[in-house]
Design a protein around this ligand. Structure first.
Ligand code: MOS
Length: 701
């Protein structure tokens, strides 16, 4: 960095497009990911996975595996450490031979090389007793149940007024069912762990979104105190939610390491293994009903969601949540019902709840706008609520309309002929579409930051946060520099370990909010202490530690980010192929801490939304209970060829209520609404209304 750049950053570190502080390490391959940490004489684990969907392993013959040269140990339920019963059926593996889903871990081989471990695992013979399994989600199942709460602690159902009555008397109505498929998180770095036991304590180099969250889940299973489990994770190659809490792979690595005391055990999952053990986005079935008057004012909104969970552990996706906030209507109802299946356990996947939950309702808004004879932007503007429709709280800031208007201007929306199927370029049918985005402002409790000033003019900032590729290293350094009123070059940030002060994980787009707030608080305290020393730092240094300050505004305001997504879609009239030459997202998410990494977050979210729209679908074979397209050859993810121009911008939004930085969180906002905008554009292109993602070519033929 040049001196000129440094002095510019000193003036206002927050908001500047600082390049990633870990960028050089990342692109030169020196940033260590989980299994790349140098450890002495590592052993290697390959898992044994259930080949049936439901039943019991009645016999596991490990003799051939054990006889292989280079095999150190074979792990099965017969010799696995006993785990404490914590009620977590996903993590409590190898406590018996029972099989709850296909691919569940039944054991593993620990060997001198990964190749030996893999070959030996193939030599294990398992005899099963099979039970009849049940893996099919349908809305007409008679065993659907109502969970007590939905992720993480929202009301399962809500109701205001008389939605059925309002629908019966509405001038215009819509009654349609939408669905989103099972989808799998595919971060670039597979889930991976090095586990090592020393003197009864466990060290995990783990690819995780939260070092303290992993510690909190693993310690009680092995009946350890929290501090007896050390979790280290300085660099993570993506997570998207599936690394938010540990999955059975972390437990299997820790169990395996018990069998080879003193030796670290490396366990990186293969891409195919990830499709059965690290979670997925549950498929959803969304029944939407809307009622409006002749002027296009909504009188009723209902959303009834059916989705799956697993018998081994409940995960209830909060799919109806955004519908509770998006549009005004006096009569409202939302509900969630679950089918518990013999499948792996669903988990968080980028904007769990909001991402699938902004598909059905935002396509429904497009359909309803047409039914009311209104432009889809005008229809949304007409139904903009003054306060949060269900809580009645004022919004801390809400700039959805401004995003729609600015996006329309930038996209050239107003030249659009609203009639579907009227534009054509050769064999391509051309259309444009819009949808809204939203995501709540979450703050996790419990983080602490320590800042230490030393006489050499440096500031050491320590917090057990993690950087999953989002830019945490850079953004937290900027926040600290800003609050300390020093340059970013004077700040030494340490994150990514449970040896640092306690912190929440990277999830719910809450990282900057939850880690930045205590950093700002600690910086204020430190500056006050430095003032007491007359501005000079004594030889022993000066230190301050602060936790997450209380924010009285959280109970007074509804806090959400908003955005508008615009898509141009071409559908091939002969093949049904869908191509997206233009995507534009305009967002309002408070103050953007770093314009470069922030833009990257929003672009990444929209790219994942594009991928959801066009490709992503995990195909579960009902006969065998496994995902058949379980790798990147067959589970398609969007690439450059799927999109032409992908543009992101944001409004200058000032929100004094959310936190001391004025930032709202942007990791998940960008994925919400994207698939709906593309689907609405595909309808405009073709006149074919697709209500089931993804938009595979057959839907247009
Ligand atoms: Mo995000 S799906 O809350 O990690």
């Amino acid at each position: 960095m040049t001196t000129a750049e440094e002095s510019m950053l000193r003036a206002n570190a927050i908001g500047t497009p600082l390049t990633r502080l870990d960028g050089t390490e990342k692109v030169t391959g020196t940033a260590p990911y989980a299994v790349e940490h140098p450890v002495d004489s590592p052993a290697h684990l390959h898992p044994l996975q259930a080949a049936i969907a439901l039943g019991r392993a009645t016999g596991i013959d490990t003799s051939a595996a054990e006889a292989e040269p280079g095999v150190l140990a074979v792990l099965t339920h017969a010799n696995a450490p006993r785990l404490a019963s914590t009620g977590n059926g996903e993590l409590e593996i190898l406590q018996s031979g029972e099989v709850g889903y296909r691919g569940q871990f039944l054991g593993g081989v620990i060997a001198e090389t990964p190749e030996i471990a893999r070959r030996a695992a193939d030599l294990i013979r398992v005899h099963y007793e099979r039970y009849e399994h049940d893996v099919e989600l349908r809305a007409d199942r008679d065993d659907l149940y109502k969970p007590e709460q939905v992720n993480p602690a929202f009301d399962t159902d809500t109701a205001q007024g008389d939605a059925d009555g309002a629908l019966a008397s509405a001038a215009v109505t819509l009654d349609a069912t939408y669905s989103t498929p099972m989808e799998h998180n595919n971060p670039m770095e597979p889930h991976a762990t090095i586990a090592c036991w020393t003197d009864g304590e466990l060290t995990l180099h783990d690819s995780t979104q939260g070092v303290y969250w992993t510690q909190a889940a693993v310690a009680p299973l092995f009946e350890l105190d929290q501090q007896q489990v050390r979790v280290i994770s300085p660099h993570v190659g993506g997570g998207f939610g599936s690394k938010g809490i540990p999955h059975p792979n972390v437990v299997l690595a820790a169990m395996a390491a018990r069998l080879v005391p003193g030796r670290p055990v490396k366990f990186p999952l293969t891409r195919q293994q990830m499709f059965s053990v690290v979670g997925y986005r549950t498929p959803t079935i969304q029944h939407v009903r809307l009622g409006a008057d002749e002027q296009g004012r909504l009188s009723a909104i209902t959303l009834d969601v059916v989705e799956q969970t697993a018998k081994v552990k409940e995960f209830a996706e909060q799919t109806a949540i955004p519908t509770r906030t998006m549009y005004a209507a006096p009569h409202r109802r939302t509900s969630h019902r679950l089918a518990a299946l013999d499948t792996p356990v669903p988990t968080w996947m980028r904007a769990p709840g909001e991402c699938p939950g902004m598909f059905g309702p935002e396509v429904a808004m497009d359909e309803m706008a047409l039914a009311c004879g209104l432009d889809p932007i005008e229809f949304r503007v007409r139904n903009e609520p003054e306060t949060d429709p269900e809580s009645g709280l004022p919004f801390s800031s809400r700039n959805l309309v401004a995003c729609l208007r600015e996006g329309a201007r930038r996209f050239g929306w107003h030249d659009r002929d609203p009639r579907p199927g009227t534009r054509r370029h050769g064999e391509w049918l051309v259309g444009t579409g819009v949808a809204a985005s939203t995501y709540p402002v979450f703050a996790m409790p419990g983080s602490q930051a320590t800042i230490r000033a030393t006489p050499d003019g440096r500031y050491a900032v320590r917090i057990g946060a993690v950087d999953i590729g989002t830019g945490t290293w850079t953004a937290l350094t900027q926040i600290a520099a800003d609050a300390l009123e020093v340059s970013v070059g004077e700040v030494d940030l340490e994150i990514g370990s449970t040896t640092l002060p306690t912190a929440s994980g990277a999830g719910g787009s809450s990282g900057i909010n939850s880690w930045g707030s205590p950093i700002v608080a600690a910086a204020r305290t430190l500056r006050a202490r430095l003032d007491e020393h007359g501005g000079t730092v004594p030889a022993e240094g000066v230190e301050a530690t602060e936790g997450m300050p209380d924010n009285p505004h959280t109970s007074q305001y509804a806090m959400h980010s908003f955005g508008a997504q615009f898509a141009e879609v071409w559908v091939n009239a002969d093949t049904g192929e869908v191509s997206v030459p233009r995507l534009l997202g305009i967002f309002a998410a408070g103050r953007i801490i770093n314009a470069r990494t922030g833009r990257s977050q929003l672009l990444g979210g929209m790219t994942m939304g594009l991928s959801m729209a066009l490709h992503e679908e995990s195909v579960l074979d009902p006969r065998f209970g496994h995902v058949v397209n379980h790798d990147l050859a067959e589970y398609h993810i969007a690439t450059n060829a799927d999109v032409g121009s992908l543009e992101v911008d944001w409004l200058d939004e000032h929100d004094p209520y959310v936190n001391p930085m004025g930032s709202k969180g942007i990791g998940e906002l960008g994925i919400t609404g994207t698939a709906a905008a593309i689907t609405n554009a595909a309808y405009h292109a073709t006149g074919i209304r697709v209500r089931e993602l993804p938009l595979h070519p057959d839907k247009f033929l």
